[in-house]
Design a protein around this ligand. Structure first.
Ligand SMILES: NC(=O)c1ccc[n+]([C@@H]2O[C@H](COP(=O)([O-])OP(=O)(O)OC[C@H]3O[C@@H](n4cnc5c(N)ncnc54)[C@H](OP(=O)(O)O)[C@@H]3O)[C@@H](O)[C@H]2O)c1
Length: 251
């Protein structure tokens, strides 16, 4: 159960090596979170992440999870929820792809879509149903500002995030009044391994800043969180820029 400040006691991360997710886990473990499951593709990095959270005092475990293997999600996630009360699920897996390469390799583009969108549809529905059966909990979904308006420079990733974002909004409405809270988080450019080597976009931020915004959003039971917050205003203007002008913007 969460405390009065909305801090979960138990946290399931889907995409257990995500830098944003791990910054969030560290922040929550430093407060009150005691149990953490890191679900992800088995790797030394996943085990090291669990070790680090254990060093901080959490009971951290790893769980094999592949977003692309939707057929396994019911068994894997169902087993976790059958044995445990989980206060918060952070859906953090995702890949950026390589727009230029993926335009010439439709199967690679499909992998971006399947990881970011259909993988999240499957895992999101299963977790939502389990949280609803518990009668409480938060599902926090890492969407992206890239899904707000498709850009020439990354429309494959952006379209997958647009789908994810719409899905998560609808799921939040479906669960409204059930005691389960769905929060859509839309970061801009975050300095993490996903963006390593890329030119920084304006208003670039850090995994720690996203973690802080997530914690605040949990406390307020926000439905949508932008990071940094000023992106909400910027995007509400950019959303209405006519396409011939938008095409020429260096975004
Ligand atoms: N960085 C940004 O600028 C930014 C901005 C807005 C939104 N976001 C979103 O925030 C989320 C976390 O991003 P991040 O910056 O923390 O990136 P990150 O450190 O690269 O984390 C990405 C995570 O996705 C996991 N993943 C990829 N494919 C997977 C699959 N098939 N099955 C299971 N897990 C898979 C990776 O696991 P492996 O260790 O197995 O590769 C890793 O844990 C992503 O959804 C991303 O789209 C990021």
């Amino acid at each position: 159960m969460k405390d009065a400040f909305g801090t979960p006691q138990s946290l399931l991360i889907l995409g257990g090596t995500s830098e944003i997710a791990l910054a969030t886990a560290r922040r929550l473990v430093a407060r009150r979170t005691r149990k953490v499951w890191l679900a992800g593709r088995p790797s030394p990095a996943l085990e090291q992440a669990a070790d680090h959270l254990r060093d901080m005092g959490a009971d951290a475990r790893t769980v094999p999870f592949d977003a692309l293997d939707a057929e396994s999600h019911t068994d894997t996630l169902g087993a976790l929820f059958a044995d445990n009360d989980i206060d918060m699920v952070l859906l953090a897996f995702g890949i950026l792809g390589d727009q230029a390469r993926d335009e010439d390799d439709p199967l690679a583009a499909v992998r971006v879509a399947q990881t970011n969108y259909t993988g999240a549809v499957s895992a999101g529905l299963i977790c939502a149903r389990a949280l609803q059966a518990q009668g409480h909990g938060s599902l926090v979904v890492l969407s992206s500002v890239a899904g707000e308006r498709a850009r020439r420079s990354n429309f494959i990733y952006g379209s997958s995030k647009a789908g994810l974002d719409a899905f998560a909004q609808g799921l939040g409405d479906a669960l409204h009044g059930t005691g389960v809270h769905v929060m859509v988080v839309r970061p801009g450019f975050v300095r993490s391994k996903m963006t390593a080597g890329l030119d920084e976009a304006p208003m670039a931020t850090t995994p720690e800043a996203v973690a802080e915004a997530i914690e605040t959003g949990l406390r307020r039971r926000s439905e949508t969180v932008w990071v940094p917050g000023a992106l909400r205003v910027v995007m509400s203007a950019l959303r209405h820029v006519p396409r011939p002008v938008f095409r020429r913007l260096p975004v």
